[in-house]
Design a protein around this ligand. Structure first.
Ligand SMILES: Cc1cc2nc3c(=O)[nH]c(=O)nc-3n(C[C@H](O)[C@H](O)[C@H](O)COP(=O)(O)OP(=O)(O)OC[C@H]3O[C@@H](n4cnc5c(N)ncnc54)[C@H](O)[C@@H]3O)c2cc1C
Ligand SMILES: *[C@@H]1O[C@H](CO)[C@@H](O)[C@H](O)[C@H]1NC(C)=O
Ligand SMILES: *[C@@H]1O[C@H](CO)[C@@H](O)[C@H](O)[C@H]1NC(C)=O
Ligand SMILES: *[C@@H]1O[C@H](CO)[C@@H](O)[C@H](O)[C@H]1NC(C)=O
Ligand SMILES: *[C@@H]1O[C@H](CO)[C@@H](O)[C@H](O)[C@H]1NC(C)=O
Ligand SMILES: *[C@@H]1O[C@H](CO)[C@@H](O)[C@H](O)[C@H]1NC(C)=O
Length: 607
């Protein structure tokens, strides 16, 4: 495999950020069970617990008899090339101790503090999560004093910085054999905390940075156009850059965010992005996967081999059916593109009714945008609508202006002040690098969201607009994607919710919650997200759905909301490919059989 120079640069950064962890390597992992350490072939019995009358078979956690002893970890470390580390929260160097480990290091603490809002820095870190709520906001890097307490919270206990497929296999085998909670972590982007987990063994795939392009794919599936085989750890913008360096340059269906992974949660959840209206979801482009199964086999998955798993991996949920080593997806020739940027904010008006007239005019036209091939990314805050950008693939400035004209006419007619400009680019890559903005990290928030279909937008735009206004008035902000994957293209059969084929607009609601909120305050916030904001969005869009990558963990009837008519088949395939539940991410197929008990700590199967 050819490794790009990008790989080396990223690897160096990754090595720099793990140096801290190496310095703790001499700390012994004490466990009285050393003597009883089992051989790898015998699977550990789960621990049996009862809570509120429910019996559970739980994963094994530190301090329990079934948890592997120090010697077992040492042997495991040898099978992953010495890449096993103690997992520590990123803020640990700002504290004197974590348990019995001395963690304080002023220089490293300064580095964490400086980079806390930097997405790329956090994705390069072994365990950091960009959205901190589901780490339990523990050990944040800004303590009042180094002697304050740093705990692991919901960060894991160990992390494998995997470098090869065999490291992934060894990690899957070790977790299965010892009945450990396994968490796969690619970028740590997941809004819903699914790349972190209390007491977990974390499999970090960040170093899998390969990208092999071909102009003519010859594998199964009949596609003879361009394709790229993408390693598990590659991120949106780095893949885009590599694609743009091909001769001639190509594009693929990546997300709007520069640092979201490609082959991890993104494609397994479906994957929408700036070219999705034009070409379809990311999952629709998949031609083949290489994976490690729950039973530890390294297999090829495509339309001919393991075709049932192939279907499920294309949108059936992150960390559910297998650990992905690589995915091969279609590429398309890069193409000209045009963009429009639009702002309506408090610089323009502080009159709420005028502001909302503008927002409503904008969102009511969603069907028009997607029916013309556009993708639109916007952020909606109190008195701030920032649309950056409308994207028109294969359009000139004049063409995209014509699509957006009815909106600007409406704003003029209703006397809503705004600022806008449009611009054309020779390639989509030029548009992306010029127009899309970087995003921050380090926020603590609960997330929800709703997918509106074209039918709902056509029939119920006023109700949807009112529900979005209610969300803002309740204290949420909205990250909106007006996207109709493959509008006008033939339907594709895969695990993605069939409603995506009718989609017009998808909104994420983000509701800030201080991580140090009490359990009561957290429950209150969750109730607002699910039963006030979420309920309003659902009621307004009876033909809608929800998106498993950017949704509410408490989404009612999540099986239906996230997968619709595909759910039954996904549940059956989960029993085939991972009957013991080695892979786990909340609200993915089969997880109704599990609970995370004892205040979001122990992962247990219901008996
Ligand atoms: C700022 C921001 C912007 C976003 N923009 C978009 C967007 O434009 N379009 C879109 O569709 N989504 C977007 N998302 C959502 C994104 O798709 C999800 O957060 C997704 O889960 C991220 O995947 P990851 O692998 O990068 O992240 P991680 O948090 O590392 O992993 C997410 C999930 O995938 C699992 N996973 C990771 N790697 C593997 C693997 N190799 N094998 C099996 N399971 C794996 C993890 O266990 C976890 O459950 C965005 C999220 C954020 C925070
Ligand atoms: C794993 O092995 C490497 C190399 O010997 C060592 O540096 C590291 O500390 C070990 N990890 C653990 C958790 O002991
Ligand atoms: C998580 O935070 C809550 C407070 O919101 C606290 O009660 C609980 O003990 C914390 N759990 C862990 C494992 O950090
Ligand atoms: C882009 O538009 C031109 C006409 O303007 C058309 O010939 C071409 O096929 C379009 N490309 C794609 C990928 O749709
Ligand atoms: C409003 O949008 C304009 C861009 O048109 C920007 O210059 C200004 O800073 C924004 N104002 C606020 C308060 O965000
Ligand atoms: C919560 O954290 C904030 C800083 O993030 C701090 O100002 C506040 O005092 C903390 N509250 C509690 C209850 O610890």
């Amino acid at each position: 495999m050819k490794r790009s120079s990008l790989f080396n640069a990223t690897l160096l950064r990754a090595v720099a950020s793990v140096a801290l962890f190496l310095s703790f390597s001499s700390v012994p992992v004490s466990n009285a069970q050393d003597a009883l350490d089992s051989t790898a072939s015998v699977e550990t019995e789960p621990s049996i617990l009862t809570r509120n009358g429910q019996r559970y078979a739980c994963k094994c956690y530190p301090g329990e008899k079934c948890y592997p002893a120090g010697a077992a970890w040492t042997r495991f470390n040898a099978t992953v090339g010495g890449n096993l580390q103690l997992a520590l929260p990123p803020g640990a160097p700002c504290y004197n101790t974590l348990g019995e480990i001395n963690t304080f290091d002023q220089a490293k603490c300064n580095q964490v503090q400086t980079n806390w809002g930097d997405e790329q820095w956090n994705t390069d870190h072994p365990t950091s999560n960009l959205w901190t709520y589901w780490t339990n906001d523990t050990c944040l890097p800004f303590p009042t004093s180094p002697s304050s307490s740093c705990t692991r919270g919901y960060y894991g206990d160990y992390v494998v910085l995997a470098r090869t497929a065999s490291h992934i296999k060894s990690t899957v085998d070790f977790a299965r054999t010892h009945n450990l909670r396994l968490v796969i972590r690619n970028t740590g982007h997941d809004f819903m905390g699914r790349s972190t987990g209390y007491g977990a063994l974390i499999l970090n795939t960040h170093s899998f940075k390969t990208a092999e392009f071909t102009k003519r794919y010859t594998g199964p599936g009949g596609w003879r156009g361009g394709a790229v085989k993408v390693g598990a750890g590659i991120q949106g913008r780095e893949l885009m850059r590599l694609a743009s360096q091909q001769k001639p340059p190509v594009v693929f269906i990546g997300g709007e965010c520069p640092t979201v992974g490609f082959a991890g949660g993104y494609i397994q959840g479906g994957g929408h992005g700036p070219l999705a209206t034009f070409y379809g979801m990311a999952a629709d482009q998949a031609l083949a996967f290489e994976v490690v199964t729950a039973s530890g086999q390294i297999i090829d998955v495509n339309s001919q081999s393991n075709s049932d798993l192939f279907w499920a991996l294309k949108g059936g949920g992150p960390s559910t059916f297998a650990a992905i080593i690589s995915v091969t997806v279609k590429t398309f020739p890069d193409l000209p593109a045009a963009a429009v940027v639009l702002d309506i904010n408090s610089t323009h008006t502080t009159d709420l009714e005028v502001f909302w007239k503008g927002v409503n005019a904008f969102h009511t036209l969603s069907n028009r945008y997607v029916e013309n091939g556009l993708f639109v990314y916007y952020e909606l805050f109190p008195l701030r609508l920032h649309v950056q950008p409308f994207v028109g693939p294969n359009m000139t400035k004049a063409q995209i202006d014509a699509v957006v004209k009815p909106l600007l006419d409406q704003l003029d007619k209703e006397k809503v002040p705004y600022t806008s400009f449009s611009k054309e680019f020779p390639t989509f890559f030029d548009l992306y690098t010029d127009i899309f903005e970087d995003e921050g990290s380090g926020n603590s928030a609960l997330v929800g969201g709703r997918l509106y279909t074209r039918k709902d937008i056509a029939q119920r735009a006023p109700q949807i607009n009112a529900a979005q206004r209610l969300a803002i008035e309740q204290g949420a902000f909205i990250i909106g994607h007006i996207v109709g994957p493959g509008t006008g293209l033939p339907k594709v059969d895969n695990a993605v919710h069939p409603k995506w084929r009718e989609a017009s607009s998808f909104s994420i609601t983000s509701y800030a919650v201080a991580g140090n909120a009490t359990l009561q305050e957290k429950a209150t916030a969750q109730n607002v997200v699910t039963n006030v904001i979420g309920k309003a969005l659902r009621d307004a869009s009876p033909n809608g759905a929800a998106y498993v990558n950017e949704g509410d963990l408490e989404e009612p009837n999540w099986q239906e909301a996230y997968w619709g008519s595909n759910y039954r088949r996904l549940y059956r395939l989960k029993q085939v490919w991972d009957p013991k539940g080695l892979f786990y991410a909340r609200t993915t197929p089969g997880t109704e059989d599990w609970d995370v008990i004892d205040t979001n700590t122990r992962l247990c199967k219901k008996l």
